[in-house]
Design a protein around this ligand. Structure first.
Ligand code: AVJ
Length: 320
């Protein structure tokens, strides 16, 4: 069960999203225990190239990346936003521990379950690693990190999680990031790059049906936690890619005219036949846009590490 604050967020956000025109649900609520497990299936399928590309980048460049992290031998705080199962981060952690780097690790994730699993596996692998996991929305957690420690900060935001943000959320996020970092602090952000639209669409419109299950699980979560009566067979999943904006957009479309009752909200919501619910944005970037973003918020791009196909970059920013 998720903490009370998150549940309160789920009901008010669901009320807001389903009362809007066009309707939407927030992608951060995909990640309950069932959704986190389905996301693992997504990451494991060959069409979802993002994980493999970032794994390749971190494996190939782990020495250089970690050297930059601890260049002055000072103790630092390694903060990770959206740590999930930590599969990719462990490549960097292993390298840092091998180098006898002096750091503490603060993983932040919205899923309490993912967090406790991660801490458990880290404790088994590296009993001496100092870990302090935080559960919650990273917009809120980011603000609370300001007084967190006086140490130099390295902030990881991997996996192209930033792609989920709208322009105004990106602005809010990078403003927060800028306000809690000081000269010498660094951030490593994963960006998925623009590429063949065909390749992108296959990653988000997969033949295995994992993406469809991932989206439908959001409705099932509302049934479980907010006592709603969605029937998933009455919804289709639809994905679009706009090569101009670089946005993948995911929708659930109501196949019939229907009325859904959400018990916890004591309210009904009407769906016209073929009415869409906007579920998620996954934005793709180009290097110029990344460069511009960094500069606008007081950072300088130190290096962008790409995979061999140039599908993805982990961009290392230095706070000026
Ligand atoms: C976890 C936000 C990076 O947008 O690629 C994968 C989530 N959604 N397939 C992404 C996701 C559908 C993923 N992120």
């Amino acid at each position: 069960m998720e903490p009370k604050v998150l549940l309160a967020g789920l009901s008010t956000d669901t009320l807001k999203g389903l009362s809007s025109n066009p309707k939407y649900l927030l992608s951060k609520y995909f990640y309950d225990d069932a959704g986190s497990a389905i996301f693992q299936d997504i990451m494991n399928m060959p069409e979802y190239y993002l994980t493999d590309c970032e794994h390749e980048i971190l494996s190939t460049h782990k020495e250089e990346i970690t050297r930059v992290f601890c260049h002055d031998y000072q103790r630092f705080d390694l903060v990770e936003l959206g740590s999930g199962d930590g599969f990719k981060t462990k490549i960097l952690l292993k390298q840092l521990i091998g180098n006898a780097s002096n750091f503490q690790y603060t993983p932040v994730d919205i899923s309490a379950n993912a967090n406790s699993e991660l801490v458990k596996s880290l404790k088994t692998e590296w009993p001496d690693l100092q870990v302090e996991a935080k559960t919650g929305d990273y917009f809120q957690k980011l603000k609370s990190l300001n007084g967190h420690s006086a140490l130099r900060k390295i902030i990881l935001f991997l996996g192209s999680n930033i792609g989920n943000f709208s322009d105004s959320e990106t602005d809010e996020f990078l403003k927060s990031l800028s306000s809690i970092t000081y000269s010498g602090d660094k951030v490593l952000i994963g960006f998925d790059l623009k590429k063949s639209p065909q390749v992108i669409l296959e990653a988000y419109n997969d033949p295995h049906g994992h993406t469809r299950r991932f989206n439908l699980n959001h409705l099932e979560r509302l049934n479980r936690e907010l006592d709603a009566d969605f029937e998933t067979r009455h919804f289709d999943q639809h994905t679009t890619y706009n090569p101009v904006s670089g946005e993948v957009k995911s929708y659930l479309v109501s196949k019939i005219e229907q009325t859904i009752y959400v018990g916890a909200l004591e309210q009904s919501f009407h769906f016209n036949q073929w009415e869409p619910v906007f579920m998620e944005r996954s934005r793709k970037y180009d290097l110029q846009t990344i460069e511009k973003l960094a500069v606008s918020y007081g950072f300088k791009v130190e290096r962008s590490f790409a995979d061999s196909k140039n599908y993805f970059v982990d961009s290392l920013w230095n706070k000026m």
